[in-house]
Design a protein around this ligand. Structure first.
Ligand code: PLP
Length: 454
């Protein structure tokens, strides 16, 4: 019989022994059931290429690039060597009214990889900070142009834009918002794109279904003259890989442009070859936003770093037309940190040297075929994929949403496979260096687990 709220997946999967003498009590872990983890820990000791090694010496195939971030695979020598060299050369230098060459070099390199017209780069330390920065840029842009009424920010239901106040306000995940009542004012949301499309669809969903046109309804409701920006993930990742319908992003672009509203793509997950042969989903889909947020794969996750790339128009309105003095009252102590910038330069060079974005495109068909081969497995109600991303959605157990997928997650780990689950959806996003045999290992392990999961 299905259990209800009392389910504890960790009882079914006891974890591994923590190393002797390691005190787990002081580290308050993020987005974690701390009490369960500390009773049933799962700890990694090292990583290399496609694999983690646990503290008790077991190899685990990484089918999620850590947290969607290790796109070039783990512990890549050119990146770690660049970080070592940078640490010995310049440990830290401020970028407020001073500078050092590395972030300038990285910004130039990054600008060359962005869609045409996006070439002004602001550095942050995370995806969440990139989102806050992008939202502020959008507001500052309209203010700078004397368009003082544009204060509204539009997000999307089931959108994830990090955990800071701006991000949770435009984000559309109830659990991340509800407890924190003090949010941005005037925010509204488009409907999400999930559940309205065909199941087991390969790649982009057919037909826009009028979803993007909901923005016209919000314009009619609030008035375009009050709306500063719309922010969406081109492919929503954290809420279960929601692939946009064909024409959806193009329609959003057309409507925002028509009404003078800025379009922000949150590419923290979709950046750096995740969805195809380009550095961004914007590049893959051929839709250019006004502002684009990045993080994660920018440094292959070795050193925390994010970036916001703005169009020349957004930058120039805020910077070139400002009165003398600081133009944009925003920044972080570590914006453009030497270690992060060195890691970023080495990472972007590695992506190029190994043509990893082209590798995504080359493997995408095989990946799609392999993942959709699981459609006949027990419990599977939908499979979605694009580039090197896939979602396998399971039917929830009666009265226990998320329980079945969490059980698969723990059993997969114990079988040497790292997956990610959100609700009852298994999300896969392996490093772009994945080999064909490893794709086979992922699907075979999941097939076995699904066949033996109640
Ligand atoms: N935006 C998107 C689309 C994300 O997927 C994430 C994290 O997964 C973030 C923002 C937040 O990034 P961070 O955890 O680095 O703050």
């Amino acid at each position: 019989m299905a259990s209800t709220q009392t389910f504890d997946a960790d009882q079914a999967a006891p974890g591994i022994a923590a190393p002797a003498g390691l005190d787990l009590s002081h580290f308050w872990m993020p987005f974690t059931n701390n009490r369960h983890f500390k009773a049933n820990p799962r700890l990694f000791a090292s990583a290399s290429g496609m694999h983690y090694t646990t503290t008790d010496g077991r190899r685990v195939l990484d089918a999620t690039s850590g947290l969607w971030c290790v796109n070039a695979g783990h512990a890549r020598a050119p990146i770690t060597e660049a970080i070592r060299a940078a640490a010995g050369e310049l440990d830290f230098a401020p970028t407020f009214q001073l500078g050092h060459p590395l972030p300038f070099q990285l910004a130039s390199k990054l600008a060359g990889m962005m869609p045409e017209g996006l070439d002004r780069v602001f550095f942050t330390n995370s995806g969440s900070e990139s989102v806050e920065t992008a939202l502020k840029m959008a507001l500052a842009y309209h203010q700078a142009r004397g368009d003082h009424g544009r204060f509204r920010l539009i997000g999307r239901q089931r959108g994830y834009h990090g955990t800071n106040f701006g991000g949770i306000s435009v984000g559309g995940i109830g659990g991340n918002r509800r407890r924190y009542v003090s949010q941005l004012w005037g925010v509204d949301h488009l409907g999400h794109t999930h559940g309205q499309a065909l199941r087991f669809q390969r790649g982009l969903q057919p037909g826009n279904g009028g979803l993007a046109e909901e923005l016209e309804d919000l314009v009619a409701l609030h008035g375009a003259e009050t709306i500063a920006a719309v922010i969406v993930e081109p492919v929503a990742g954290s809420t279960g890989v929601l692939i946009p319908p064909q024409g959806y992003l193009e329609a959003l672009r057309a409507i925002t442009r028509k009404h003078g509203i800025l379009l922000i793509f949150d590419e923290v997950i979709t950046g750096f070859g995740r969805v195809g042969d380009a550095a961004t989903a914007a590049g893959v889909f051929g839709v250019t936003p006004d502002i684009l947020t990045l993080a994660k794969g920018l440094t292959n996750a070795t050193v925390p770093m994010g970036a916001v790339v703005a169009s020349r128009a957004v930058h120039d309105a805020i910077v070139d037309h400002a009165p003398p003095g600081i133009e944009f009252y925003h920044g972080y102590t570590y914006s453009g940190h030497p270690l992060a910038a060195a890691a970023g330069l080495a990472t972007l060079a590695l992506y190029e040297d190994e043509a990893l974005f082209a590798r995504t495109a080359a493997l995408a068909g095989l990946w799609e075929e392999a993942i959709h081969g699981l459609s006949d497995c027990p419990h599977v109600v939908d499979i979605r994929n694009i580039g090197l991303v896939a979602a396998i959605e399971l039917a929830p157990r009666d009265g226990a949403v998320g329980e079945r997928a969490m059980e698969v997650f723990h059993r997969a780990f114990d079988s040497g496979l790292l997956i990610r689950v959100t609700g009852d959806t298994i999300a896969l996003s392996p490093p772009l260096i994945i080999e064909e045999a490893q794709i086979g290992q992922i699907t075979e392990t999941l097939r076995d687990l699904l066949q033996t999961t109640a």
